[in-house]
Ligand binder design. Structure first.
Ligand code: F6P
Length: 343
């Protein structure tokens, strides 16, 4: 059993990260008599030697806090360093003999490479508000993002009521429309446009016109950020400092099209990072806690090169490679449920 456990959070932050860190520390120390070392700022901390010892008191009061007390970054030892060689020293100098890596598919991919190159025991914990990691039924952070987006839709609907307007609400999710589909269904959206399903502006125009003809004086349209803009309104693709495509803003390309076609004034709200900030929902706190506890138990049992996955009511271990192998999109059945209300 490892005596010293390292833990890091990498990639974009996500509500529930602190709940996982808290669970890792409490389970490691209290149940397995381990020491826990927090690596600061994701892989960057492993490359630069930034870490701190974590005891039980360090993680009291963080369960409900958004963000991550460890900090995070998109630095990657294979892109910005020399792979295993650039992280080895920090692991050794802290006496770390197993590492818990909390991250999305990119982070899990890096964790897999490190594990394959060195055989070092690594346990992955999947995180993303996008809920698109196929190997797990659900990821923490998603419920919080959906809750925030749903509240926004509710609010937008009441301000819209007094105007003959179309309100476009753009939500996150990258190439998958989980947040759009769930918040759209929960918020009673009149139309939901997601990257997985081709959209037809004429059909959408017909639905909206019909609604307004029948006395409904506003329409709320939820749009996933990864939706392709109309061909005549291409949005220039932008990269962040680490070479990831920066999404966001497709609703601004759709709005003039809908306004012209329907004749109704159209307004846009891009929710952006609001969806990732603040306190996690109770569901996410519980889920994140279960992920953290399961990860430590797997490390204690000598497992390595695995990832924790939620399957039904269980937490199971799956090969780390599964965490980055496949992304999952919204299924046709769920979208069919949503479509029932496009009228
Ligand atoms: O993957 C999570 C996510 O929040 C996406 O939904 C979004 O496109 C992206 O991260 C935003 O990343 P950043 O914080 O780098 O702008």
């Amino acid at each position: 059993m490892p005596a010293v456990l390292g833990v890091l959070t990498a990639g974009g932050d996500c509500p529930g990260l602190n709940a996982v860190v808290r669970a890792v520390v409490a389970r490691g120390i209290r149940t397995h008599d381990m020491e826990v070392v927090g690596i600061l700022n994701g892989w960057d901390g492993l490359m630069e030697g930034d870490s701190r010892s974590l005891d039980r008191d360090d993680v009291r009061g963080i369960l409900a806090r958004g963000g991550t007390i460890l900090g995070t970054s998109r630095k990657d030892p294979y892109v910005h360093g020399d792979g295993w060689r650039s992280v080895e020293r920090t692991l050794q100098s802290n006496g770390i003999d197993a590492l818990i890596v909390i991250g999305g598919d990119g982070t899990l991919q890096t964790a897999l490479h490190l594990h394959q190159d060195s055989g070092f025991p690594i346990i992955g914990v999947p995180k993303t508000i996008d809920n698109d990691i196929a190997a797990t039924d659900i990821t923490f952070g998603f419920d919080t993002a959906v809750q925030i987006a749903t509240e926004a839709i509710d609010r937008i609907a009441t301000t819209a009521e007094s105007h003959n307007r179309i309100m476009l609400v753009e939500v996150m999710g990258r190439t998958k429309g989980w947040i759009a589909a769930y918040s759209g269904i929960a918020g009673g959206a009149d139309m939901i446009i997601i990257p997985e399903i081709d959209y037809d502006l004429d059909a959408i125009t017909d639905v909206i016109r019909r609604r307004h003809r029948h006395g409904h004086n506003y329409s709320v349209v939820v749009v996933g950020e990864g939706v392709e803009p109309p061909p005549e309104r291409k949005v220039e693709s932008r990269m962040d400092a680490f070479g990831f495509e920066r999404l966001g803003g497709v609703a601004y390309a759709l709005a003039p099209e809908l306004e012209e076609r329907t004749g109704f004034e159209t307004r846009v709200t891009v929710l952006g990072h609001l969806q990732r900030g603040g306190t996690p929902t109770a569901t996410d706190r519980v889920l994140a806690t279960r992920f953290g506890v399961a990860a430590v138990d797997m490390a204690a049992a000598g497992q390595s090169g695995v990832m924790v996955a939620a399957r039904g009511t269980e937490m199971v271990s799956v090969p780390l490679g599964d965490g980055c192998a496949e992304v999952r999109g919204v299924d046709a059945q769920l979208y069919d449920v949503a479509q029932t209300f496009f009228d």
